[in-house]
Design a protein around this ligand. Structure first.
Ligand SMILES: [Zn+2]
Length: 141
């Protein structure tokens, strides 16, 4: 594969399992798969429930709020596509639904990020197909 055919890492390929996520993201909503039989949330996208092995899964919109479980700040880009964004913070966010999700954490100084910080999702439109979830400090409700 040559560089000119290389798809930007900011434009992930939409898999059949993940299509529901990307469809919701285009509409500015975070969706997770949920088992119709045992009600477990499933992440990463799958064809079966990892708790009861049911094949009856539905995409369900979730609130998109959670807390920082862990994070790191990238000061040196590992790929040229990310060079314009350094420094950026990547966080493991534990959603209120119990699912851990990796995302960029924005709108906060890297030195101010803390474990347990409350965060909320928003979407950055990359193309007609792709809107990427990002998290930022939560507004009080
Ligand atoms: Zn299940």
């Amino acid at each position: 594969m040559t560089a000119e055919h290389r798809r930007s890492p900011l434009e992930p390929t939409i898999s059949r399992q993940g299509a529901g996520h990307w469809s919701a993201a285009r509409q500015g909503r975070l969706a997770l798969q949920r088992c119709d039989d045992c009600s477990s949330y499933i992440f990463y996208p799958s064809f079966i429930c990892d708790q009861c092995l049911s094949e009856h899964l539905s995409w369900t919109a979730v609130e998109g709020r959670g807390a920082v479980e862990s994070f790191t700040t990238v000061y040196r880009s590992f790929a040229e596509e990310f060079a314009p964004y350094v420094p950026y913070t990547v966080a493991l966010v534990k959603l209120r639904e119990g699912v851990n999700l990796l995302s960029w954490l924005v709108d906060v100084d890297p030195d101010s990020v803390e474990i347990g910080m409350e965060v909320e999702v928003f979407f950055e439109r990359i193309s007609d197909e792709i809107s990427l979830h990002r998290f930022r400090p939560a507004t009080k409700v």
